[in-house]
Design a protein around this ligand. Structure first.
Ligand SMILES: CC(C)(COP(=O)(O)OP(=O)(O)OC[C@H]1O[C@@H](n2cnc3c(N)ncnc32)[C@H](O)[C@@H]1OP(=O)(O)O)[C@@H](O)C(=O)NCCC(=O)NCCS
Length: 193
């Protein structure tokens, strides 16, 4: 539940424990700096093709997902659900943006669910050997640029407390943290973790 939910105090008094924390953030069309987004995409272009995920990318997207499943920090609230052929397939409301090498291998991807003027990031991942090169920031910037062009106005995202890389990537693109979430567990469950 949200950290400002009054029920948290009662639950903690009743012995529940905070087992993980997370945050949510938002950026809107009126607050993005297009120059910052272009620069973030440009930086990754030195290493690969930064573009929207297409039907032909299905296999390479699934391959990147399967080798990175254990890499997501956090608890149940931020758990990544492994992609299936159905959830990896892009549609007008299920969109993906990635960095691809010359052979079409996905090095980084982000997926978003779009609902009219609002988009919510599902997940973002970079292949382990390519982390720290700006790819995570680049795919998120590409998603903003691509969807802003289509009239999407509000972008939401989130992550686990302590996942500094994704927090910094989002903040550098204009996302502002506006919610903190707590995952609570009855003491007996929490103590056996
Ligand atoms: C999170 C992830 C997508 C970030 O991608 P990345 O390409 O490594 O990140 P970038 O190189 O774009 O760096 C983004 C920011 O984080 C910082 N950063 C990078 N790696 C970091 C690390 N290990 N610890 C702390 N900060 C880090 C960078 O300096 C940069 O900050 P800045 O903009 O203030 O300079 C990547 O680490 C990953 O795939 N992690 C596993 C899956 C995951 O946790 N996904 C996010 C939840 S959906």
């Amino acid at each position: 539940m949200r950290s400002d939910d009054p029920r948290c105090v009662h639950l903690e008094a009743a012995g529940w424990m905070v087992v993980s924390q997370s945050w949510a953030a938002q950026v809107t069309a009126s607050s993005v700096d297009h120059e910052v987004l272009f620069e973030a995409v440009q930086r990754a272009r030195h290493h690969g093709d930064v573009r929207e995920v297409e039907d032909g990318d299905l296999e390479s997207v699934l391959a990147l997902d399967s080798v990175t499943l254990a890499d997501y920090p956090g608890g149940v609230a931020t758990r990544h659900t492994p992609l299936t052929t159905s959830t990896a397939r892009v549609t007008p409301t299920r969109r993906g943006f990635g960095v691809f090498d010359g052979g079409g291998r996905a090095l980084a991807i982000t997926y978003l669910d779009v609902d009219g003027p609002a988009a919510e990031t599902d997940f973002t991942v970079v292949a382990a050997p390519f982390r720290g090169l700006g790819f995570g920031t680049a795919v998120k910037a590409a998603s903003l640029l691509g969807l802003l062009r289509e009239g999407v106005d509000v972008f939401r995202t989130g992550g686990a407390e302590g996942n500094s890389a994704i927090l910094h990537a989002n903040q550098s693109l204009g996302y502002v943290v506006d919610e903190k979430w707590l995952t609570l567990s009855p003491r007996s469950d929490a103590e056996t973790r």
